[in-house]
Every structure is written in C-alpha cells, then in structure tokens.
Design a protein around this ligand. Sequence first.
Ligand code: ARG
Length: 460
Amino acid sequence: MWGGRFAGGPSAIMREINASIPFDKALWRQDIAASKAHVDMLGAQGIVSVEDAALIADGLDKVAAEYEANGVPENWDLEDIHMTTESRLAELIGPAAGRLHTARSRNDQVATDFRLWVRDAMDQAELGLKQLQVALVSRAGEHAASIMPGFTHLQTAQPVTLGHHLMAYYEMIGRDRSRFADARQRMNRSPLGAAALAGTGFPIDRFRTAEALGFDGPTDNSLDSVSDRDFALDYLMAAAQCSLHLSRLAEEFIIWASQPFGFVTLPDSLSTGSSIMPQKKNPDAAELVRGHSGRIVGCLTALMITMKGLPLAYSKDMQDDKPPVFEAASLLALSIAAMTGMVAEAKFRTDRMRAAAELGYATATDLADWLVRQANIPFREAHHITGSAVKLAESRGIALDQLSIEDLKAIDRRIDDRVYAALSVEASVAARCSHGGTAPDEVRKRVAQARVALGLEEQA
Ligand code: ARG
C-alpha cells in the first residue's frame, strides 16, 4: 500500500512490531461503517463517480459479510484493519477500490473507528450499570428495615439497615453512569476528514459523514482530530473509577460471606469449590472483580503514559491505544455482570446481621444522644459518660441495655429508665431520619425515588 518509495521490504521484526491487525481487527465493523459513510460522501460531492461509489459500497458490504462469516484474516503484511479491508476490497472489485482512500488517511480513519468503538463501549457500560442499579434498588427495597452493624475502620460503629448500605452503592454506580454519559457527550464529534493531519484540498463534506456516523458534528481542528485520544482516556478513567466501586462491593461480599461474619450466602452460580477441601465455597467471582480493578487501573495508566509527551500530530505510539481499552472494556463488562448477579441472587442472612448489630456497643451514640436530648448535657460530656457505661458493660461482658438502672445511675444520676427505649438497635436506626439517614422510612423514600429515576415506576 505504501511501497512506492522503498527499495526493500520490511524485516521480519519490522513486520511484527508494526502489525496491529492481531488486535485492531476488533474495529472491523466501525471501519466498514466509516468507509461507507466516506465513500457515500465522495460520491455525493462528485469526488468519485456515483458508479464507483456504489461499486465500493457494495464491495464493502461483501467484505463485511466475509468477516462476519469467517472472521478477519490476520496478515501482518497488511499491518492493520484498514489495509486489510482495502486490500480485500481491491481483490473483490478491482482498481476502483483505490478511490476509497481519496481525501482521507489512516490517521483520521483510525481516530474515527476507535471513537465509534469507544462510544459503543460507553453505551454498554452505562446500560450494564443501570441493570446493577436495578438489582441494588430491588434488594434495598426488600431490606429497608433489616438491621446490620454499620462499620467505620471495619469496627462496629452504629446500626444501619442493609437497604441503606446497598443504596450507598446505588449512589456510587449513579456517579459512574454519569461519568460515562458525560464522556460520551464530550467525545461525540467526528474526526473523519482531518486526513493525515492538515485537512484536505478535496471538497469533502465533513458534516455529512459526521451525521451518517451518528456524531453531533465534525471536530474543529485537524491536528487535534488525529492526535486526540482523550475520549479513550475519559473512558478508561470512568472505567477505572467504576471498577474501584465494584471492587469495594466485591470486598463487602467477600467479607460478609466468610464464616465468622456469615452475613450472606453467595449464589452457587457465582462461587467455586475447592479441589481438596470439600466444605469450601469460595467467592471467586467477587475476588476476580476485586482483582480486575487493578488491571483496569493498569490499562488507564498504560494509555496515559503512552500519550504523555507526544508531539502533534499522529505518532505510531498511538497504535498502542487500543489493547488497554479493549482489555479494560471486557474486564469491566464481566465485572458489572458478576456483581449484578451477586446482588440479585445473594441470600442475605438478616438474623446473623441483626445479632451482630447487637454486639460491639453499636448504640453507644444513642445513649450519648439521649443524654443530650433528655438531660440537656453537652455532647462532649455525654460522650464521656457513655464511655464509662461502655467500659462497665465491657468489663462484665454484657450489652449496654443489660446494665441495671442502678448501675447507670451510679455513672450519672441524670439517667432514668426511659433510656432503655433508646438503646435498642431498632430505636437507633429509626432515630436516624435526617435526609439520607439510615432510618427505614428514609431508605424507603430513597428507594422510591430511585425506582422512578430508573424508570421502574411512574412519578407518584
Ligand atoms: N494501525 C494504525 C494505528 O492504529 C493506523 C494509523 C497508521 N497511520 C500511520 N501514519 N502509519 O494507529
């Protein structure tokens, strides 16, 4: 395709290091679509004859049908998907195929193909995450009043509801969705027609090709068009941040499923056994989601460092943009699917959660709050009094509400027996009814809002 000025061919090493076809064949659908939009425009603008344009479009359909049926052939001499397709087109329709590359370059071609691919990946991530939110909201609705210990430092802090805990992930995933949507909107401009780097002298219509490919319009600077990979970085940043959320959720399931916790029984379909220990049921899917986030962050790092310091416009380094994006996309899709299944099908052991919430003096803050409210004691002092009560209960190995009123009065005479009502875990969660708090009624409100936002229900 470019042999005119060369006396000898590339060495074996040159062929191997140069070939991107082993991975960029994944772009074949986008490459065909962009070529069809381009040749349609060339015909409409009179840059190639209408007959040749039709012949080329028809030939591209035939190439696409072959790829669909047999896969994309991998010939390193043809370097990449662009030359592979053009060469097959020439075999099928003859010399007219050579007119397809008028007024374009592989530089704007690859920028266009890759944008289209990343745009689809963004849409798929958004859709998958929405399904995960649907699962979270439905389980949260079931468990709006199921009490579990809430943790800070993974130490029992205050009782919360499982519904509240699950809705925290609904919020995180919502931000992830908005990051993908935001990136999609920013990237949806067509670089096609920027040609090699400077634009072209042919009377092309970039608005027409942009529209045909579903872009909002053409990009405005040809140098930027062929050297910009922000869209891929935006995708990877959103994917990386999303994978952090998924890994945190995965980690919760791993901890909850371990026997000392026993908060959850994972679905058999997302667990594995051990080849030596017959009793084992391992949370491998969750562990792999946790592990995959490391790889996805690695993909982001790889592309950031590839792009760092590249002068304008295109450099061949940029061919390395694709493997990390492809890898991250398949890891992310699997991770989202695994966590959606896990949330939807896990059996929450609410009895174990409830019992654990009774341990660890989770309602100590409620005693302090009661002293503030009922005895008008400043919070810092109430905190101190409560600390003494916890210390006494701990030394006897009993719960706070098992201390007798005499014991409590000995610590502070302003305590009376109305305090017991405040020390139950039910009273504790019900009291936390501030906006966004863990009270069951508050959780139900958030779930109802989320169901409307997800289109599961009409606005009441
Ligand atoms: N396979 C190349 C890539 O993915 C296509 C662009 C080649 N452009 C060039 N000037 N050699 O980046």
